[in-house]
Write a protein that binds this ligand. Sequence first.
Ligand SMILES: Nc1ncnc2c1ncn2[C@@H]1O[C@H](COP(=O)(O)OP(=O)(O)OP(=O)(O)O)[C@@H](O)[C@H]1O
Ligand SMILES: [Mg+2]
Length: 404
Amino acid sequence: MAVKKKKARWQDFFPACFKAEKTAETKKPSIQRISLLDLSSSTISEELSLSLAASNLHVFTLQELKLITHNFASTNFLGEGGFGPVHKGFIDDSLRPGLKAQPVAVKLLDLDGTQGHREWLTEVVFLGQLRHANLVKLIGYCCEEEQRLLVYEYMPRGSLENQLFRKMCIPLPWSTRMKIALGAAKGLAFLHGANKPVIYRDFKTSNILLDSDFVAKLADLGFAKDGPQGDETHISTRVMGTQGYTAPEYLMTGHLTSASDVYSFGVVLLELITGLRSLDKRRPNREQNLVERARPMLKNPQKLMKVIDPRLEGQYPEIAAQKAAALAYQCLSYRPKLRPTMDEIVRVLEPLKDFDDTQMGTFVFTVSLADCNPVKIFPRETTIQGGKEGEVAIISDIKAMKMK
Ligand SMILES: Nc1ncnc2c1ncn2[C@@H]1O[C@H](COP(=O)(O)OP(=O)(O)OP(=O)(O)O)[C@@H](O)[C@H]1O
Ligand SMILES: [Mg+2]
């Protein structure tokens, strides 16, 4: 017999705010997730924020967070985005009973910035309830007067953006890139498959954090939205996200579906394959957008070889690269209906992470970065010892590389 589900109310999740309803609330709370839609605008207040203390999140004082970050010392600075600066901190055994000693990342709202209480609350409401191996763990928060802070598990390898594009470091091997793509895909698949689906809306390399084993975890649900419900095909919203990652139909109409996230996933997969940023303002106008430049090359194996990250020096399994490229091509389809679902993407990526980083390319390309010394490009077969200068091409800037 079908049992009609009781509508979840935010009081069920934060019972401390509703002492008057004690008799009804002695039962175990429903496991259905509270969504932002369940919160009327009047309840999105500081009062609600303070009452989140009853969830499994820790509520820190500003003083405690100053203590663990050495007063937000510049030596603990990890980075800064739209929300505000992020500092590393260390929680020791004595800070809180029941909270184990661990390093954390503390994000502090920039009070002069464009984000505010709403983004902070969205993050707390979503990440406070959703737990998955590929979502970064929110440990707690702080809300004191105007101050808003978030405390996360510390991710030792930082963001994929730093790992993939940082200059002067060993490039990520192909198999690691596929492992990261799979982890991030599982995180998105989890959000889309939740009993109240969530659309992430800001999928990009800087929001994919990496643990010491390169397990990818999604961070920043501050722009997330509850997906369409019932008969709805989409939700209409103000366009939010990051230039270079946003799906074209969402950009043009404001209609948001989980297929918009799939498009952004395709952009990140393309960045992993090519080692290039989705948007490069240093290039001439027509070449700035990676999808426009590279998508047409993904289906043709010969052309594909020309766009695969030259820093891999040909160390990638050709078949797996072709499959990853075909997947990116599909995700980047102009028509949302032609894009795969995140579950399908996980199924395609799962076997790709097991390929060895075997040598397959014909040429070794060593590409200098803008601030490096000029370096040489030479065919793999070229002997350098006593090699003839005529066999060696020299480029001084990555901009000199043309994708044909
Ligand atoms: N949990 C964490 N562990 C380790 N480093 C982190 C953590 N969270 C954030 N960082 C670091 O802080 C930087 C800034 O993160 P943040 O999410 O605030 O900005 P962003 O992703 O660069 O931009 P945006 O505001 O568009 O999301 C990240 O790139 C990362 O290096
Ligand atoms: Mg971020």
